[in-house]
Ligand binder design. Structure first.
Ligand SMILES: [Zn+2]
Length: 205
């Protein structure tokens, strides 16, 4: 009888141990169902962000961009390790006059887009709160700073092995004839070109 109880105890504690470990490995993220698969794939390239709460959220309209990663406001009063982030995603991927539904965007393009945003988060995690605040201000006012920040996000993603996804995203924008030249020029001005990404991938390999 005692042995039986002991075995039951062993089984239950074994199961608990298993469940706790599985939970530990799950990244703490929240994402709409329609893109949760893409989010999971993108996050799999960033095991260091596993313990950082990140919420992916659709928004009706985002000024001048499609996605935007930012620390949650409450994070400014917490230590870096306890920060949480939100990645805002425009409901309809609207690039100037042409509107795409998120569900119509090719999967690899979406993954690349998300990978770029996670690159921003890695960059933010390397900054203390004051530095992050300075970053936000610079980003608002300096073209060179935007360029630098966007290139950093891309190169982080490429370093993590997401180069092909990043290229897919850029090609999607640059190769769509319907997308306005203004938007494409913005892309060319602030972001790395597909060719530059290729060179980076070569270096990583
Ligand atoms: Zn960006």
């Amino acid at each position: 009888m005692k042995l039986k109880k002991f075995l039951v105890f062993l089984t239950i504690s074994g199961m608990l141990f298993f469940v706790i470990n599985v939970m530990k490995q799950q990244p703490i993220f929240k994402a709409p169902k329609t893109i949760s698969e893409e989010v999971e794939i993108a996050l799999s390239y960033y095991p260091d962000l596993n313990e950082i709460p990140i919420e992916f959220k659709f928004k009706e309209h985002i000024k001048k961009s499609t996605m935007q990663a930012q620390p949650k406001f409450s994070s400014f009063f917490k230590s870096r390790k306890k920060r949480s982030y939100v990645v805002l995603i425009s409901k309809h991927i609207k690039i100037s006059d042409k509107e795409f539904n998120t569900k119509d965007i090719p999967k690899e393009v979406m993954i690349g887009w998300l990978g770029h945003e996670l690159g921003h988060i890695v960059d933010y995690q390397s900054r203390d709160n004051l530095n992050l605040l300075g970053f936000g201000l610079h980003y608002l006012f300096s073209v060179d700073y935007i360029k630098h920040a966007e290139r950093t996000a891309d190169s982080v993603a490429v370093d993590r092995g997401m180069g092909d996804y990043i290229i897919a995203t850029k090609r999607f924008i640059l190769d769509h004839a319907e997308i306005s030249e203004t938007y494409k020029n913005r892309m060319r001005k602030f972001y790395l070109s597909p060719e530059e990404i290729m060179q980076m991938i070569d270096k990583v390999d």
